[in-house]
Write a protein that binds this ligand. Sequence first.
Ligand code: WTA
Length: 656
Amino acid sequence: MSEATIESILQEKRSFQPPADFAKAAHVPSFEAYQQLCEEAKADPAAFWAKLAEQELDWFQPWDTVLDWQPPAARWFDGGKINISYNCLDRHLTTWRRNKAALIWEGEPGDSRTLTYAQLHREVCQFANVLKQLGVQKGDRVGIYMPMIPEAAIAMLACARIGAPHSVVFGGFSAEALRDRLVDADAKLVVTADGGWRKDAIVPLKDQVDKALANDAVPSVQNVLVVRRTEQKVTMEPGRDHWWHDLQQGASADCPAEPMDSEDMLFVLYTSGSTGKPKGVVHTTAGYNLYTHMTTKWIFDLQDTDVYWCTADVGWITGHSYIVYGPLSNGATTVMYEGAPRPSNPGCFWDVIEKYGVTVFYTAPTAIRAFIKQGEHLPNARNLTSLRLLGTVGEPINPEAWMWYHRVIGGGRCPIVDTWWQTETGGIMITALPGAIATKPGSATLPFPGILADIVNLEGNPVEGSQGGYLVVRHPWPGMMRTVYGDPERFRRTYWEHIAPKDGQYLYFAGDGAHRDDDGYFWVMGRVDDVINVAGHRLGTMEIESALVSHPAVAEAAVVGKPDELKGSDIVAFVTLEGTQTPSEALTKELKQHVVQEIGAIARPGEIRFTDALPKTRSGKIMRRLLRSLASGEEVSGDTSTLEDRGVLDKLREGA
Ligand code: WTA
């Protein structure tokens, strides 16, 4: 982000107090109440989290130690026994919530289904028994590659119930990307569907699974379970593939939740980093349950009458924490929508809000910018007065999009919680609590109670005033990731030693840059590493580069982000070709398609620029800073003296 943009953002003076009637009924009803929670947590973090764990969750056995912190290894609630599926389901069955809607599902073609807590519990128990029948045992990993249908949530909860960690892979990832993740997780079984609906088209998920598993590429996978959703033709491999409904029908609904150790792995979810292949972020049982429970309760202020809708996909952390685990642990009604706003009905989100009387709505800035472009007439044609709270996640929201969201969707009356967090943090870290904290368009505001967020320089010293720095967290929190699956060294290096530990003090390095204003509010500016955020999807530039160089025509590739009005950033790839190859329209198309095949449509480069050479330092490092400026059409400024061949830069400029 340029200095001028940062200046203008920090001059944002608009501020919105929590509406009085909202605050009155909120779980955290005032700024004083928020401060008190923060002070309590700061004075004795272990006591703070222990009190909540006792009040809010059901345990099979109490813990011995609240926190065992041997940086960067954290263990929370050691000695305790708990099951998140029990906390999301069983414990609600003995209350009036038994027959409350747990999951309201709306399919893209307009079909729908509602499952009460009792019904969801039954389905989960049956499916847990199906998994067991197929030989899945506690500790085995299960891959889930699904459309946004209730069976995705059922599969996750069933895995949690028997202690088999799930690894959900976003349905938009390609067969190649799926294979890599299944191999890394050493998955024993895959749950998928014949297809899923997205933007008026069918995504052929089962075909992709077949491709991923072809030639015994993932030898650990023994069985594939297939939900019938779109009814198109699929090939079922005898002995390996089974229809979900065939096995589910006959399965017993009796399946007590397995008492899990607090630190047993709950799931692994792959996310992009600045180097190498995507890493498996590991979350464990008790801490994640507590952290998603508390953040859902206080940030979305869930009350028993709420109808809560998070528009994310369960393939991302937002879907894990804020469609499935957080809301269900709280006994809330959570809405699940298949697909995305689609050409044939661009107003479908507003239809869903009106149809179900959604009260809390959580979506991404990139979606909001698309809504703005479609025009106000679509939301204005629907009754959105049921809404009382709005949220955003995934990338910085530009103040004008925030104002539009506030005015057009929120009718000027709904607080907006801009929530900053990551796959690694498990749950929301910086956000307004809607009844307590005044909001400012574009700022995620203040840390959640118990989260000691700070902004520091590379030496680890706090940066004061509006000067920017690196966003870090100073103290472990229950929802934090525990390790990179199979690679604890990478965990240490990436997150805990990027900023050198001092006097035994370790700082969690988030990879984001941030500023703080005079009120102490955080303004998250975006990634400071080689990760780009495209339409709210997190991608590593190196992953895309590897995909490009795996094409025989490509010699070298460098990928950078450039600002994009709708997607936040778009992908620009600078490519040099092998000897006899020449640039052409056709090759551009082919390379873009190649990336789609290797990773998925979310990684399709917006632009491919052919060049004879890439700008490098004398030691051979690609100077991405220069490429970023070139890609966004900015003047290349700053030091270029380390550039090996200045001619390269001139040529690239001419090319543009
Ligand atoms: C970005 C998504 C600004 C950030 C939950 C972070 C945000 C990355 C916000 C994590 C926000 C997420 N304001 N930036 N409110 N929320 N980000 O792992 O760069 O898919 O590091 O988790 O998204 O993306 P991830």
